[in-house]
Design a binder for this molecule. Structure first.
Ligand SMILES: [Zn+2]
Length: 283
């Protein structure tokens, strides 16, 4: 799709049932979910498994000056033991879809990671001769400094496989939440899911969009912005960030690109009662 002179394409790696609502969000009990089933099934809530469905995808952004990827999905050969769809993947479908959109890894000059969880950094690197090396040899990787600090302390395997090799290759640029690349692309600090979580703002010729990362995971959180997910570092702050994000983007009518909503993953936030709903924009 076009946003002024920018083109934006989702690069989907997978769409799959993820986990039961109550496991993902402690407040999403069967009783609390019941009034929402009619609008969530079957696209966002799987009627067979009762699990929430997620997409794992990147956003390819091409401006007059840059070829940019926002988040890099799960990748191949990565350890993700609790998640069967994510663990040691072998297919190259994401790279093939990137190629089908007309982009080879060498052409990408910026990678933006909204945060450093495993499903947002996977294709940062790929396995070559037993070592993880940068997938995008000519790219600068923009990481939030606060999240690099936290990930370094936690020292999880996803950090060692998908972030550390970028730092060691000298391709990372560590930034604060107010970093701007230029007039087309900038960061917006949206902490809570992780301390340094950022959304990515996009604009061209008076048209505006924002890629929201994991400040919201599931469409049902538009109706319940206070439902934090189990993986939020600071659930109260994450809920506050989500509430203000939904309010602000409802007011402004800005196009929202999501990390995990299934089907068409972009749309507009609209008011519904004293909360919100998401109106999808067809791709
Ligand atoms: Zn995620």
């Amino acid at each position: 799709m076009n946003l002024g002179h920018i083109t934006i394409d989702p690069i989907v790696e997978m769409v799959h049932p993820f986990m039961a609502p109550g496991d993902a969000m402690p407040q999403a009990t069967p009783e609390a979910m019941e009034p929402h089933r009619h609008w969530l099934e079957p696209w966002s809530l799987c009627p067979q498994t009762g699990q929430l469905i997620i997409a794992v995808q990147s956003w390819l952004v091409r401006t007059a000056h840059h070829t940019i990827l926002i988040d890099t999905c799960m990748g191949c050969d990565k350890e993700a033991e609790p998640y069967p769809y994510w663990h040691r993947r072998t297919d190259q479908i994401w790279l093939q879809r990137l190629a089908a959109a007309g982009v080879q890894p060498e052409q990408v000059n910026y990678i933006f990671c909204t945060h450093l969880h495993l499903d947002h950094v996977g294709w940062n690197t790929r396995l070559v001769d037993g070592r993880f090396v940068p997938t995008f040899p000519n790219a600068r990787y923009i990481f939030s400094k606060a999240d690099v600090d936290m990930a370094g302390e936690d020292d999880r395997i996803s950090y060692r496989q998908s972030v550390l090799p970028i730092l060691e290759a000298g391709q990372a640029q560590l930034v604060d939440g107010d970093f701007a690349l230029d007039d087309n692309v900038w960061l917006e600090s949206t902490p809570g899911h992780t301390p340094g979580h950022v959304a990515v703002g996009l604009a061209s010729v008076n048209e505006h969009a924002v890629m929201c990362g994991d400040l919201i995971h599931f469409p049902v959180q538009c109706a319940h912005p206070d439902w934090a997910v189990a993986f939020d570092t600071d659930p109260a702050l994450a809920s506050q960030t989500r509430q203000s994000f939904l309010h602000d983007n409802c007011e402004s009518g800005r196009l929202v690109l999501t990390a995990h909503f299934p089907d068409s993953s972009m749309g507009y936030v609209e008011r519904e009662g004293d909360a919100f709903r998401f109106r999808f924009r067809p791709e």
